[in-house]
Design a binder for this molecule. Structure first.
Ligand SMILES: Cc1cc2nc3c(=O)[nH]c(=O)nc-3n(C[C@H](O)[C@H](O)[C@H](O)COP(=O)(O)O)c2cc1C
Length: 222
């Protein structure tokens, strides 16, 4: 019980925008701020400041090859330790042609090596943000593209954990403007509470599923 009190969730924020003070970064900071206020340690990484190679496609030769130690020596490889340590991941992208930025896609592709490292992302909590100042369409697609990939890797998405800006909507009481700006800090706080809860009550996500069968198969191969 005493050790639980000391547990401090770690939330890692990933900025896929070239602008370190743009709207994407602003929303990301709001989520991280909420997480911090709820007791989390946070770190923001600006992907554009890193040296990132394109996905090498080792998986397509053999799934056993796409593991962290065989990935190209770039800055994402150095980031794997923090990604594994994180209880929560916040991925924020500008909306580029109705999808995530190219560098965010490279980041997500690099996560394949962690999927192959015994499904290392399973049970982490994820929040996904897409932003555009211009609002020229495609925001939902950008946000859900990221969320879908990480959901498949086993990441859990809390309520309002997929958000886009701007996202005005009408109710009978009037217009709700920029709901993501309002919800982002709350989402950071709630994701931190969820990470703490999951730490207290760990779940064996793969028990009885094909995921576990895959793990067993892997073990029998090795
Ligand atoms: C290559 C490129 C493609 C873009 N495509 C879209 C788009 O499809 N829909 C849209 O609403 N905005 C689009 N935009 C506008 C950006 O999403 C917008 O400028 C955003 O605010 C940039 O985020 P930042 O301030 O965090 O850099 C595009 C911008 C660029 C540079």
């Amino acid at each position: 019980m005493t050790s639980m009190k000391k547990y401090r969730p770690f939330v890692l924020g990933i900025n896929g925008s070239p602008h370190s003070m743009g709207i994407t970064a602003k929303l990301l900071d709001l989520v991280l701020g909420g997480a911090k206020r709820a007791g989390a340690e946070t770190r923001r990484v600006d992907l554009y400041k890193l040296r990132i190679t394109h996905e090498p496609g080792l998986y397509s030769i053999s799934s056993r090859l796409e593991v962290p130690k065989r990935m190209p020596r770039d800055d994402i490889r150095d980031l794997y330790k923090d990604i594994i340590r994180a209880g929560g991941l916040v991925l924020a992208t500008p909306n580029y042609w109705a999808n995530m930025s190219g560098i965010m896609k490279d980041f997500i592709d690099h996560l394949t090596a962690l999927e192959n490292k015994n499904f290392a992302l399973e049970g982490k909590v994820g929040v996904f943000i897409a932003a555009s100042k211009e609002n020229e369409g495609g925001l939902e697609m950008a946000a859900t593209s990221m969320a879908m990939a990480l959901a498949q890797m086993g990441v859990l998405i809390p309520p309002n954990g997929i958000m886009w800006h701007p996202g005005d909507w009408e109710t009978i009481k009037g217009k709700v403007k920029n709901w993501a700006l309002h919800d982002a800090p709350i989402c950071g706080q709630k994701m931190t509470e969820l990470i703490k809860l999951l730490k207290e009550h760990p779940i064996l996500w793969n028990e009885g599923t094909t995921g576990l069968l895959r793990k067993r198969r892997k073990r029998s191969i090795n």
